[in-house]
Design a protein around this ligand. Structure first.
Ligand SMILES: CC(C)(COP(=O)(O)OP(=O)(O)OC[C@H]1O[C@@H](n2cnc3c(N)ncnc32)[C@H](O)[C@@H]1OP(=O)(O)O)[C@@H](O)C(=O)NCCC(=O)NCCS
Length: 179
């Protein structure tokens, strides 16, 4: 479990199912990530029980009432010791700094507790909110060595991705997240 000023990053439980549905059924989220029906969410929760847990993946809940307002986590490649950051938040709570607060805490945990060497993240090139967060708030650098494009299921257009990364040395040098 990780605590920040306003949030608790904890394991997801069955009690979070309706909050999870609220997030992943939202039209705003569906512009960049596949939308889920209630049946999809129920299947996902069932399947989740049969799979090994990612210990670095968290439900993000408000401290004040334990409502899950997002997910934030890092998938670690054990061979390279590089993690991939991902996050999704309930649109009702957007633009309150919650994603930034959760990502900072998860990055700190990944470098300082788990000991990862590098954290990467990507998003569609026209997903400007995450680009601003990754680049300007989390100090991740644009990585132009990588390219990928994928069908955006909302616009039906093949859309390129942008890649970002931060190395442990840069994180420690800048110390910007340690506060
Ligand atoms: C990306 C996302 C997690 C942001 O969550 P959030 O809690 O609103 O994030 P924060 O409040 O910490 O920061 C949002 C910042 O982005 C800015 N922003 C939002 N939309 C923007 C846009 N279209 N263009 C530029 N900046 C934008 C906000 O102004 C804010 O910056 P500021 O504090 O400097 O004003 C949320 O939009 C989301 O869940 N999106 C759908 C899924 C997704 O895109 N996931 C990530 C990529 S796969």
């Amino acid at each position: 479990m990780i605590e920040t000023k306003r949030l608790v990053l904890r394991e997801m439980t069955d009690d979070d199912l309706e909050d999870f549905y609220e997030i992943f059924s939202a039209d705003e989220v569906g512009r960049f990530i596949r939308k889920m029906s209630h049946a999809d969410v129920e299947r996902y929760f069932l399947k989740k029980k049969q799979k090994p847990k990612n210990p670095h993946s968290f439900a993000v809940a408000l401290k004040q009432n334990n409502k899950m307002i997002g997910t934030c986590g890092i998938k670690l490649n054990a061979e390279t010791n590089v993690g991939t950051l991902s996050y999704v938040f309930n649109p009702r709570y957007w633009n309150n700094g919650f994603c930034t607060e959760a990502c900072k805490a998860v990055i700190k945990y990944a470098f300082e507790v788990v000991g990862m060497d590098r954290i990467e993240a990507d998003c569609f090139e026209n997903n400007f909110g995450p680009i601003h967060i990754l680049q300007d708030k989390l100090n991740m650098r644009l990585d132009i060595t990588k390219t990928r494009e994928e069908l955006n299921i909302f616009t039906h257009k093949i859309t390129p991705f942008k890649f970002f990364a931060i190395d442990k040395q840069d994180y420690l040098k800048n110390n910007f997240l340690v506060k």
